[in-house]
Design a protein around this ligand. Structure first.
Ligand code: 13P
Length: 391
């Protein structure tokens, strides 16, 4: 792969050192210390920027259905179904063949099994997505395990073999990736856990870009805890500062990534609830302090909020001017009513697909800042928070 030479701007002299300046002059001063280094140019850069832009397109967001088999099993168990490959396929088929989904959904995150699966009629799920102009994505992390030396915290596995896996996923049609690690406020968080989370995300992001996949960077700050919203803000600022520090150190192209942050809210067990306006104000304050405008899209996770709450908060976020595409990458907040409507019965598939479109459209309107919760069902208002939730 080609090598490109880059030089660091010397802030003291405000000139480009030892190279042609962008303004057509050469700096002369021999007393200036040269700082130069080279990094590999990524042949996928233009494509990555294009992919990220198309996912971050107006009025659209991401459908996250990348539950591991174990977590998908919990979803199926909630409606009395066994965790078999046939049932997982039937559920994913319902979601991915919803007519008109591409109007509101720009990307879908799949689990590995789904990326290689087809409908019962033999059409690849990847092709179902492409027909709706939806970009296929893939969860690439290998889940959380205890982090020795920490305060009962965890770290995310999956870097070993990631380059070759990513190259295979690209061949299969994936164009973006997701890596979810978590930070727990009640457990500290310890400096070690934050550093590990940030470093892992940055290595994953660099490897994904090297293989043509736009990385979704997701350090989920869990809702667990009884802390106030100011504490969440403090932790989120620290986490994102470290994440961007290491993303830069790993020469990740910011124009070719997407973020998946948690909203800044009080802990789930805090005595006071915050309004959508307060959550939007805190969340955007945090993002404006930490995220460069070069990043094209902020695709929030729902984290156990009710479907309506997640949509209301997103809508409030889009009332405040910001430099990004601020949108959704929800799993629970898009799937809850769908599952309840489906109940595993073929005769309910159409109604369940309609309920997916209702949620997708509501979030599309929220992305445009035009959503109202009028007429929403009681079911959609029920929270889904579970302590210590894994994915
Ligand atoms: P939710 O928090 O929206 O359920 O999803 C988290 C996630 O990472 C899905 O990809």
């Amino acid at each position: 792969m080609a090598c490109a030479n880059f030089v660091k701007l010397n802030s003291a002299s405000s000139s480009w050192i030892g190279q042609k300046s962008p303004f057509g002059q050469r700096s002369q001063g021999s007393s200036i210390r040269r700082v130069s280094f080279s990094i590999r140019a990524n042949s996928y850069t233009d494509e990555l920027v294009q992919t990220a832009k198309s996912i971050a397109s107006p009025g659209r967001g991401i459908l996250a259905i990348d539950e591991s088999n174990a977590t998908c099993g919990k979803r199926l168990a909630s409606i009395g179904l066994d965790n078999t490959e046939t049932n997982r396929q039937a559920y994913r088929q319902l979601l991915l063949t919803t007519p008109g989904l591409g109007e509101y959904i720009s990307g879908a995150i799949l689990f590995e099994e789904t990326l290689y699966q087809s409908t019962t009629g033999g059409k690849k799920f990847v092709d179902c997505l492409l027909d709706e102009n939806i970009v296929p994505g893939i969860k690439v992390d290998k889940g959380l395990v205890p982090l020795p030396g920490s305060n009962n915290e965890s770290w995310c596995q999956g870097l070993d073999g990631l380059a070759s896996r990513s190259a295979e996923y690209y061949k299969q049609g994936a164009r973006f990736a997701k890596w979810r690690t978590v930070v727990s406020i009640p457990c500290g968080p310890s400096a070690l856990a934050v550093k590990e989370a940030a470093w892992g995300l940055a290595r994953y992001a660099a490897i994904s870009q090297d293989n043509g996949l736009v990385p979704i960077v997701e350090p989920e700050i869990l809702l667990d805890g009884d802390h106030p919203i100011d504490r969440t803000l403090e932790v989120a600022e620290k986490v994102w500062a470290e994440v961007f520090y290491y993303l830069a150190e790993n020469n990740v192209v910011f124009e070719g990534i997407l973020l998946k942050p948690s909203m800044v809210t009080p802990g789930a067990e805090h005595k006071e609830k915050a309004s959508p306006d307060t959550i939007a104000k805190y969340t955007l304050t945090m993002l404006k302090r930490r995220v460069p405008p070069a990043v094209p899209g902020i695709m929030f996770l729902s984290g156990g909020q009710s479907e309506v709450q997640a949509t209301l908060n997103l809508n409030a976020m889009n009332q405040i001017p910001n430099p990004w595409h601020v949108s959704f990458s929800y799993a629970r907040a898009l799937q809850n009513t769908v599952l309840k409507t489906w109940q595993g019965r073929p005769e309910n598939v159409e109604a369940a697909q309609k309920s997916l479109l209702v949620r997708a459209k509501a979030n599309s309107l929220a992305q445009l800042g035009r959503y109202s919760a009028e007429g929403e069902s009681e079911e959609a208002k029920k929270g889904m928070f579970v302590k210590g939730y894994t994915y």
